[in-house]
Design a protein around this ligand. Structure first.
Ligand code: GLN
Ligand code: ZN
Length: 762
């Protein structure tokens, strides 16, 4: 029998209780004790849901983010927030949220505190709060909250296994202001880890889980060396250390990981199956090997027989020292399938959410203990479900397979060179110098949300719904005309989300009712599930765009989400290459592009917001990902005539690693986010001599502040030093759906005013 454990469990609660409690607390509708009581309920619920594990992980719960928890554990709190505590008599919880979300001090004692930076946790859609390192940093251990939880869980009869982020990963996730190496802080940090492990030992903790996922990334020599140094310094500890790695292969860090002076190593056997036997051979026999056998990043049922094929030999060689677990923390999947009653029954039978995954683990363990016969029936059902999925008509679409055979030809097709297209498009569109536009969405007002909800719940019928949305589009077009924008959009009132909107209309997608996954803090997303071959049923956007176009003489952009973004924000089927699923989506979007063009739409925007974030952890895999992503964009876009203008939009400005691919995508116009970087990051387009047109965002849409004419003008001037003026567009950083009209109208007014001045000047 193996030891069963888990690396982490969703924190948000089965009914998103934690989310709602947090938001009430922030709105001051409940007080701190009420929030904490709710959080305690969620914690207890989670412990109960995992009660049959051999160890209960403690410390994987968090009120906002576990990296931020680590910062508080290590006393690594920004000085401005510490100051708040002293002068404002704020509680530690208030300081915690002040770092996460920013704060307005109570008694105007000092200026407002801006929220700390947030970024993606490796290649997931979870965002953590980035710790900041600077000369003022003083670490001081604050172990009490964690220790209390350990003690409490022990009293309740659990066997606690504290979970902490390892010192190297913590530093790697941190940022130094001047870009110097985070490793300079290691020596200061290590004594705190020693002290913490001592505290754990004092309360009888046997095992501590120490997460070092950076071992699944490329590490330079100094980081590799730091690993040896750090773990050597923790050697006198009295608790055992299980070092966890996940999200990929260890590659050149494999030997290092196996040789560290730790007591056990957890590996991701789902993403790095080929390394399992090498590690089994290399990891000394007296050490625990924890095999992450169940996919923690996806929602598919495991093939239990295949899993046992991997584990049984390991059990023979490793014996008592074999542990089994999900590949990584389960915070990346929804909690339970049980209450999903709208999923197609057949598809539901192929899925496993967090608790279902732990059930699988339990079954596997039973088979390891008593032989496969003792779970024969479960194995048979599992095999049946895997087979049905494999052969299901819901999954396999012969027409899609046939279309996919054409993909190489389609990719080869070329539009005329950009210079030629540009001439034709200029004739066709007749736009002024520095054309003005927006990225697509306009404010999603309470009214708009209400209309969509009424339609969803059947309170209004299809015709009534369409009328209401049309009224919104009408108003949106009128406002844009009044402002004097050159290229208009319909405003996306009918879209709840830029991926969900398309997923709901494409074959091969389904949606859970309650399958929420934490994105950051209290924010959750419900990713679409791509279970089968993807194809388009009928036109998805054409009527709305045509309606919008019928209201104005100015061009209205057709607005689509690109295949890479749809893929990166969904749960993707695991029975074919992601690249193939991506191409199937691309073919569907291509059809939509064709339909839009046929209906007379002159400009079509294909958003690829998540293009860069899909980059694999290992640089070695970048090329394949990028090549495929570029090809997918070509499949969507190379179908149009030269005088139809293709736009794309990406929500960031750091194109250093991907400028070549951006050029290969060959969109006629790309709009990007640049205002916060003062256009500095346009430099890469400049030095690459990027030939096509660019709309660098001239104001930050994340802030409610109204940008001044002068500020926008200054940015335009800057941009004009890097990009030829005749290739420049003027637009905000991103879509405006999270803003309200009181912010949007004056901001755009100033944008247009600045453009007017710039046109006269340039
Ligand atoms: N067209 C989308 C919008 O304006 C693009 C959003 C995005 O790229 N995140 O909302
Ligand atoms: Zn954007």
């Amino acid at each position: 029998m193996a030891i069963l454990h888990n690396l982490g469990f969703p924190r948000i609660g089965e009914n998103r209780e934690l989310k709602f409690a947090l938001e009430k607390y922030w709105r001051k509708e409940i007080d701190e004790p009420t929030l904490l009581a709710k959080a305690e309920q969620v914690k207890q619920q989670r412990l109960a849901q995992q009660s049959y594990l051999d160890y209960a992980q403690i410390g994987d719960f968090s009120l906002y983010d576990n990296v931020l928890d680590s910062s508080f554990l290590l006393g690594h709190i920004p000085a401005k927030v510490k100051h708040l505590e002293n002068t404002d008599h704020s509680s530690q919880l208030e300081s915690y949220f002040a770092v996460a979300r920013g704060a307005q001090p109570k008694n105007d004692s000092c200026c407002a505190i801006s929220a700390a930076e947030m970024t993606k946790w490796f290649d997931t859609n979870y965002h953590y709060i980035v710790p900041e390192l600077n000369d003022e940093v003083r670490f001081s251990l604050n172990p009490k909250p964690l220790i209390q939880q350990v003690i409490q869980s022990r009293k309740q009869g659990y066997n606690p296994k504290p979970v902490i982020i390892g010192p190297l990963t913590y530093l790697w996730l941190s940022k130094t202001k001047d870009g110097s190496s985070q490793l300079a802080y290691l020596e200061k940090l290590l004594p705190l880890y020693t002290e913490l492990l001592g505290e754990f030992a004092k309360c009888g903790v046997e095992w501590v889980q120490i997460d070092e996922p950076i071992l699944a990334t490329e590490l330079t020599d100094d980081w590799q060396w730091a690993f040896k140094f750090a773990y050597q310094s923790l050697i006198s500890r009295k608790t055992k250390l299980l070092l966890t790695t996940y999200f990929g292969e260890l590659k050149e860090n494999l030997t290092l990981a196996c040789q560290l002076p730790i007591d056990g190593l957890h590996i991701d056997a789902v993403r790095a199956p080929d390394e399992v036997s090498r590690i089994e051979k290399m990891l000394p026999n007296d050490k625990v090997l924890s095999v992450g056998i169940i996919d923690g990043r996806n929602i598919w049922k495991s093939d239990l027989t295949a899993k046992l094929d991997i584990l049984e030999p390991l059990q023979l060689s490793r014996g008592q020292k074999l542990w089994i677990a999900p590949s990584c923390s389960l915070i990346h999947v929804p909690i339970s399938l049980e209450r999903e009653n709208k999923l197609p029954e057949e598809v539901k039978n192929w899925l496993a959410f967090a608790v279902d995954k732990l059930d699988e683990l339990q079954l596997i363990n039973q088979a390891l203990l008593q032989g496969r016969e003792c779970i024969a029936e479960a194995l048979q059902n599992n095999a049946l479900s895997i087979q049905t999925r494999h052969h299901s008509a819901l999954v396999n679409d012969a027409q899609v397979a046939q279309n996919m055979e054409q993909i190489d030809n389609i990719i080869q097709a070329q539009r005329s060179p950009f210079a030629q297209r540009q001439v034709q498009q200029r004739q066709e569109l007749n736009l002024p110098l520095l054309p003005t536009t927006t990225i697509g969405s306009f404010p999603q007002t309470g009214d708009i949300r209400a209309v969509r909800k009424q339609f969803k719940t059947g309170q209004i019928n299809q015709t009534q719904y369409q009328e209401k949305i049309k009224a919104e589009i009408h108003a949106c077009i009128q406002k844009q005309e009044a402002l004097g924008l050159d290229v208009l959009v319909h405003g996306e009132a009918e879209r709840n989300d830029m991926v969900e909107y398309f997923g709901q209309q494409l074959n091969g997608f389904t949606f859970s009712q309650l399958g929420w996954v934490q994105s950051y803090g209290s924010r959750c997303v419900k990713p679409p599930i791509i279970f089968g071959d993807v194809s388009r049923q009928s036109a998805m956007t054409v009527d709305w765009i045509n309606y919008a176009q019928s209201l104005t003489n100015k061009p209205v952009k057709g607005m689509l989400t690109g295949p890479v973004t749809i893929l990166n924000w969904s749960f993707v089927r695991d029975d074919q290459a992601r690249a193939d699923t991506c191409m199937q989506i691309a073919l569907a979007i291509r059809e939509e592009v064709q339909d839009l063009e046929r209906s007379g739409v002159k400009i079509i925007q294909i958003d690829e917001a998540a293009f860069r974030e899909g980059l694999p952890l290992h640089k070695q895999h970048w090329q394949a990902y990028l090549d495929n992503s570029v090809n997918a964009f070509k499949v969507c876009s190379n179908v149009v005539a030269d005088n139809t203008q293709i736009h794309t939009h990406m929500c960031y400005s750091d194109f250093n690693a991907i400028i070549k691919q951006i050029a290969q995508m060959d969109a006629d116009v790309i709009t990007i986010e640049t205002s916060r970087s003062d256009m500095a990051l346009l430099g890469v387009f400049d030095s690459y001599q990027y030939p096509n047109e660019i709309g660098p965002g001239v104001y930050d849409i994340h802030s409610p502040n109204i940008p001044s004419v002068e500020a926008i003008l200054a940015l335009l001037e800057q941009a004009s030093t890097k990009i030829p003026v005749e290739n420049l567009w003027v637009n905000p950083d991103c879509g405006l759906k999270t803003r309200n009209w009181d912010e949007v109208t004056p901001a755009l007014k100033n944008m247009l005013e600045a453009t007017k001045i710039a046109r006269a000047r340039f």
